[in-house]
Design a binder for this molecule. Sequence first.
Ligand SMILES: Cc1ncc(C[n+]2csc(CCOP(=O)(O)OP(=O)(O)O)c2C)c(N)n1
Length: 647
Amino acid sequence: MSTEQLAVNTIKALAMDGVQRANSGHPGMPMGMADIATVLWTKHLLVDPAMPDWPDRDRFVLSNGHGSMLMYSLLHLAGFGLTMDDLRSFRRFGSRTPGHPEREPGLGIEMTTGPLGQGFATGIGMALAEANLRSNFGADLVDHMTYAFVSDGDLMEGISSEAASFAGRLGLSKLVYLYDDNEISIGGSTDITFTEDVNARFGAYGWHVLDVDGHDRVAIHEAITAARADDRPSLISCHTHIAHGAPTLQDTSKSHGSPLGDGEIAATKAAMDFPVDPLFHVPEGVYDFFSAAMEAGNAARIAWEGRRDAVFSADGELADRWARQFDPSDVEVGPLGYEVGDLVATRKASERAINDLAPKVPGLIGGSADLAPSTNTLIAGAAEIQDDIGGRNIRFGVREHAMGAIVNGLAVHGGFRPYGATFLVFNDYMRAATRLAAVMDAPSIFVYTHESVFLGEDGPTHQPIEQIASLRAMPNMWLVRPADATETAEAWEMALRRTDGPTAILLTRQGIPVLDRSGKEGMLHRGGYVLRDGDGATLIATGSEVHVALEAAELLSGEGISLRVVSMPCVEAFDAQEQSYRDSVLGGLPTATLEAGVTMGWHRFAGSDGLVIGIDHFGASAPWKSIAEEWGFTGRAVADRIADWLG
Ligand SMILES: Cc1ncc(C[n+]2csc(CCOP(=O)(O)OP(=O)(O)O)c2C)c(N)n1
């Protein structure tokens, strides 16, 4: 038997043993893709276990993350930091081999996968990152592939259509996806639900489509070679058998989500002439086979370092730009030149901030889901990527879900502080991607304009109500709702300085006054701060309600009530402050809150005796000022409610 065949059998055996020991997991997919994985990892993929996160490595994404034992076996056999004990601890608390791969670039795991479709679309963001960097820094510094394994489930999810269409339009050529066409999903045969002509579909997107027997390793090798040479994104449809080699469970959905069982495992091993015992066995020659293959990646990395040093010493400007591209963490915004009292929509102030930042942060790139004139997210004077792949303005099209994932792909690739923009209500269309950004600590920036009922006439379908609370409910997502143009500038600073998770910046459609924040500059970074002092009660407000709170305070001061106004643009940042600071801001006073969204969440500040002013119903189509009048979001109405509440 060839060592290559032995390597394939080892991957199958490790998947069976790992899932059996954990008594949970998916053995069928790793067994079905073992041939493909062995060819890709030993003949094409340029990665280096000695330095898993070198910038010009090929990217590998296991979009069908339920087959995680495949990834762990490959990483182990190839000499990345996963030990045999790690494989034995598959799916155990605290192990490095969780149920689905979790992003850990130092280990060779580029992204977290599991929610089907996300890996597919995020990989396209990685390929865009590569193409953009190559265009700006040259192929000596950046020239790598993005590979992904994708399954029927990935291709059934709508996000794959959005992302594939985007990749086809841009002709992202260094993208090769291997489709595990095993005709099985959890429900049984894909005939039940998935009968479309996938190859024709991807051809229509402008992809290069190949079709191979997924167990014919020569054919797989030739297909990957052809795909790499083509100047379009490539989909290689690989006809495979799930649980390949299992005597009774091959081609069944039973092999999908549970162990095969000791008897079936023994029979499968016997049929492929593999020792039944010991478990987790790696035959002689298999480690050497993989480490020999990894020498190509190691040599590529060392050669890359040599080229990088030569390029940097010849071109100091480029070296400096590269450094800034990869680390914008000390950036400062502005000043943006507004005067106190100017009426400025914060989406407009954000546009100024973006354009102030663009020359300082070369990795700042992004765009919107066909809402550039409304979200004000264009970088003036920069090219559009559909005209020049090295440009900075991304036209995502009306594809919010893919936009979220592509932004994540740019972020986890490295070298970018990417943003994607849309109306806040449409975050619901990309929530899965924003959640994944939070799960995998990706510093993605999500820009949401039209962030309250005060967007006005478009009415309830467009007016966010529960979206603010729902984003706040997401761990590791920082939501910033700036109160005016100057807080908006600081919000961008906060987003760019953040390196361990995503930031959502919420911006108004309507003009709101620039506040007098003299002496309070930079305070947004603390999440919440006292904007107007007072000792009768505290009113916490966010975003466009802060100036209303200040008006209410002014009115109440004439009525003998001293209201303290706290601007709370980012609850998460406030929560991260030391207790003494938080106490000093809240002042131990009776507390009210004011935000144009559901009241959920605010009682933690207001307590049971507090007053929480919000909107717990859908919106209405009307000019925003009449909505404010009708629903009590004016200084007078708020002052009256506070006076009533305080009795
Ligand atoms: C968004 C999402 N929906 C549902 C699931 C649950 N799930 C895991 S695998 C799978 C389908 C498996 O079929 P396929 O993608 O063909 O993978 P295979 O069985 O061939 O490995 C489903 C529905 C998921 N992981 N993500």
